[in-house]
Design a protein around this ligand. Structure first.
Ligand code: AMP
Ligand code: ZN
Length: 112
């Protein structure tokens, strides 16, 4: 638990969220400022600031397994985008590792 980390508070159930899926290691919930009809965040319960800070391939695998289970549950397996913003330059605002899952509208490439 990192002091004043909003996603640690979510993992600790101190902040109310719209839960999609939970396991021993992760929580998946709806983004409060959805950028698509489906916008889910998958976070590890344990605090890692960025993708660079997690040295645990097993947990990384579990997070992506979480993504697979979320898209199955929401029936969006046929088209979704996953995003991990790493660092301020890439648009990261919450420094607790999270995977965005976006779906339900067309997406352009290259991303903005
Ligand atoms: P990023 O810019 O990659 O750090 O994304 C942070 C995301 O967290 C943004 O899409 C926010 O809308 C989302 N977010 C921040 N606070 C909350 C919250 N309390 N519940 C759900 N989503 C949140
Ligand atoms: Zn945290």
């Amino acid at each position: 638990m990192s002091e004043n980390c909003i996603f640690c508070k979510i993992a600790n159930k101190e902040i109310k969220i719209d839960l999609v899926l939970e396991t021993e290691d992760l929580v998946a919930f709806k983004d409060i400022n959805a950028q698509a009809p489906f916008h889910i965040l998958v976070i590890p319960k344990k605090h890692y600031e960025t993708l660079n800070d997690i040295k645990n391939p097993e947990l990384l695998g579990k997070l992506f397994e979480g993504v697979q289970n979320v898209v199955k549950k929401l029936n969006i397996e046929d088209g979704y985008r996953t995003v991990i913003n790493t660092g301020k330059k890439a648009g990261q605002e919450v420094f607790h590792l999270h995977i965005h899952i976006l779906a339900g509208r067309p997406f352009t490439w290259p991303p903005g």
